[in-house]
Design a protein around this ligand. Structure first.
Ligand SMILES: *Cc1c(COP(=O)(O)O)cnc(C)c1O
Length: 377
């Protein structure tokens, strides 16, 4: 952490430009070594004020909705790819106007919109999402290959007679994984779908690649990309979300009160339910700078949010010093899957959004208030 916690509003998400650039340089090195293309999956990180910066390194964005496609088109202006489990008649025209690639989830959807795509004034590349029925994700919530999954076409349902006009195949079967998982996945995809990949211009490896994690094996990633490129002479796309913003941001919060009920309980001005929902959904325990596991240090606290949800509990943490109201705490790794998922449940205000720039230091980009709460109701 490279800034003064007392110089930012509380609560606030603070993203460090220097850390973001460090991640982007790693991703760019993969592009340079392989000639692959890498897109930002906006689902995980849509802080559009840094899209121009991301666009210096990456090839564009991937979108899971009309709104994301528009944000990527307006704020980055590079390639826009869009995939959704199903598109609607109400949105398809606008989505096509905004997208360079569109990925359909079924032959039915492809046939439904084929004419629109092919009669469009611009050439739009079309992909089909396949389900290789192979993934190493153990939590069903995050496993697109679990039984009866709605994501992609399985080999059994793949109809080779309907590939006219299809430019690429897309799979997304990973979550926070290293490249050994990718290598095994690519092998399965190749065995099952190789004869169709042969007919394609590109293949998209989806997201879930933890490329910017310190122990990530870049050589195996490069080998997996080059395997597909060399064998089929096609372009390879990756569309990570988390890897772009991994370990680049913080959530700064203030202790509002400390109370006692069998243990010390700290009430914060930030909420798991509103501001870091993955803590409850995943679930996981985010790290706080300077803290230890419960009872590892002398003073242990359970932290909860300011909402009325009993389960709005972030976790138990210990410290060398007792905490008091007004103390600041800093949660780490809070840039991805936070701002994009937060909400104003209980009327709780959204954290401000701050960028710690390399040249000019802290910049408060967004402050939220009553109107942001009211406008959605
Ligand atoms: C979620 C998702 C991504 C990004 O996943 P990360 O885990 O954030 O890298 C990419 N592509 C698709 C289709 C997704 O659903």
């Amino acid at each position: 952490m490279n800034f003064d916690v007392n110089a930012v509003p509380s609560p606030s998400y603070v993203v460090e430009e220097s850390l973001l650039r460090k991640n982007l340089e790693i991703l760019k090195s993969v592009i340079d070594r392989t000639g692959c293309k890498i897109l930002l999956a906006q689902k995980g990180f849509s802080m559009y004020s840094v899209y121009p910066l991301i666009g210096e390194y990456l090839d564009g964005v991937t979108s899971s909705s009309l709104n994301e496609a528009r944000l990527g088109r307006e704020e980055m202006g590079k390639e826009v790819h869009t995939y959704a489990p199903a598109f609607s008649d109400a949105e398809i025209d606008e989505i096509l106007n905004l997208s360079d690639h569109i990925v359909f989830n079924s032959f039915h959807q492809w046939n439904k919109y084929k004419e629109k795509v092919q009669n469009h004034s611009r050439k739009i590349e079309v992909g089909l999402r396949i389900n290789p029925e192979y993934s190493e994700i153990e939590v069903d919530m995050y496993n697109p290959c679990f039984a009866y999954s709605r994501f992609g076409i399985t080999l059994e349902n793949f109809d080779a007679s309907q590939l006219d006009g299809i430019d690429g195949l897309h799979f997304h079967t990973m979550c926070e994984q290293n490249s050994d998982t990718l290598e095994r996945t690519v092998k399965v995809v190749d065995e099952k779908f190789g004869e169709y990949i042969k007919q394609m211009k590109w293949i998209n490896f989806g997201g879930g690649h933890h490329i910017t994690r310190p122990d990530y094996d870049l050589d195996t990633l490069v080998r997996s990309i080059m395997y597909m490129k060399d064998k089929y002479d096609i372009d390879v796309y990756l569309e990570p979300g988390e890897a772009i913003a991994l370990h680049t941001g913080y959530l700064v919060t203030t202790v509002l009160d400390v109370m006692e009920n069998g243990m010390q309980i700290g009430i914060l001005d930030t909420s798991a339910a509103c501001h870091m929902p993955d803590v409850l959904e995943m679930p996981y325990r985010p790290h706080i700078i300077g803290s230890g596991m419960p009872n590892e240090k002398q003073y242990t606290y359970r932290f909860g949010g300011p909402t009325c949800l009993a389960g709005d509990v972030i976790g138990d943490y210990s410290f060398d010093h007792p905490l008091k109201p007004g103390d600041k705490l800093v949660f780490t790794d809070m840039a991805h899957y936070t701002m994009v998922k937060n909400n104003t449940f209980n009327g709780i205000n959204l954290p401000s959004i701050v960028l710690n720039t390399i040249d000019d230091g802290l910049k408060v980009l967004k402050r939220f208030g009553y109107e942001d709460f009211k406008i959605r109701l």
